[in-house]
Design a protein around this ligand. Structure first.
Ligand SMILES: Cc1cc2nc3c(=O)[nH]c(=O)nc-3n(C[C@H](O)[C@H](O)[C@H](O)COP(=O)(O)O)c2cc1C
Length: 265
């Protein structure tokens, strides 16, 4: 399946993490089927996959401190799974998973990447994973409660949610006045990507023939790879690039670089 750029680009601005779901708004079977289809079909890399699960959801999520950050009332979740023998597994899972998250957003559903506070063994027992695979993250899916609950608002403060660094702090390389239009639009989209605890670990090096994503920040990873966050930003970058008429390919690079989006000439 190709990137659904016209549906996913507007979803980038609309998406925000939602943790509490409305038990009075069940998801219609045709919407579940549409989401299941995209989980099976949007698999651009052989070593990253997604699975929709509609049972035992409450056993999968745990709170951060007591009940803070706890996911409540979700009718389903999606697991993001990677083959750990692949050196670029984190960015591939981030990229793939964010495609699914944006599709869910476009369908009007709420989501929240959860990489730290869930039970991978409970997920693995529901979906089956091979010896080489690990469940790197999950997201609840469902209709979010109309307004954010007090707990959700506290959670947003905890993660300093939704504030984003300006591009001036994230970008190096070609000066801004020399950027073609697609670069500005793509970097704006990448900047809005979600990241664990909103740490925004990415940086962008603008060159004549493309953009390199790199890990900008040092410090501990808290068990969630910064390359997973960078994979999410890569998907945003490419969605906006294609929507601006610019196609390209990713070349994966070793640390601290992540990957270069090379434009097709
Ligand atoms: C890889 C990743 C892991 C995350 N893990 C958790 C988590 O374990 N628990 C949680 O409540 N939120 C988690 N989040 C959600 C972030 O806190 C949230 O995306 C960030 O604060 C930005 O807010 P926004 O998504 O509303 O834009 C995670 C996000 C990402 C991208």
């Amino acid at each position: 399946m190709d990137i659904s750029f016209s549906g996913w680009h507007p979803a980038i601005e609309k998406r925000r993490s939602r943790r509490h779901f409305d038990p009075k708004s069940p998801v219609a079977p045709e919407v579940v089927a549409a989401l299941d289809k995209v989980c099976n079909q949007f698999a651009p890399f052989p070593h990253a996959r997604s699975r929709l699960v509609t049972e035992s959801v409450e056993n999968v999520f745990k709170g951060i401190i007591g009940s803070y950050g706890r996911v409540k009332g979700a009718p389903a979740f999606i697991a993001f799974i990677g083959d750990m023998d692949d050196p670029f597994v984190q960015e591939k899972v981030g990229y793939t998973g964010e495609g699914i998250i944006l599709e869910a957003t476009a369908l009007g559903l709420g989501t929240c990447w959860v990489a730290g506070f869930f039970r991978p063994e409970a997920v693995a027992s529901l979906i089956g994973v091979s010896d080489r695979e690990r469940v790197l993250a999950v997201t609840p899916v469902g209709y979010a409660r109309q307004s954010e609950s007090w707990e959700e608002r506290s959670m947003s403060r905890f993660g300093r949610s939704h504030n984003r660094q300006p591009l001036s702090k994230l970008v190096r390389g070609l000066p801004r006045e020399k950027w073609p239009d697609w670069v500005n639009v793509s970097l704006e989209a990448a900047r809005l990507a979600p990241s664990a605890a909103n740490r925004q670990p990415w940086g962008f090096d603008v060159q004549d023939d493309g953009i390199t994503v790199f890990v900008r920040t040092g410090g501990p990873e808290f068990n969630v790879s910064k390359r997973l966050d960078c994979g999410i930003a890569m998907l945003h970058l490419e969605v906006a690039a294609i929507d601006s008429g610019c196609k390209g390919e990713w070349e994966f690079l070793s640390s601290p670089q992540v990957a270069k989006f090379k434009i097709r000439s």
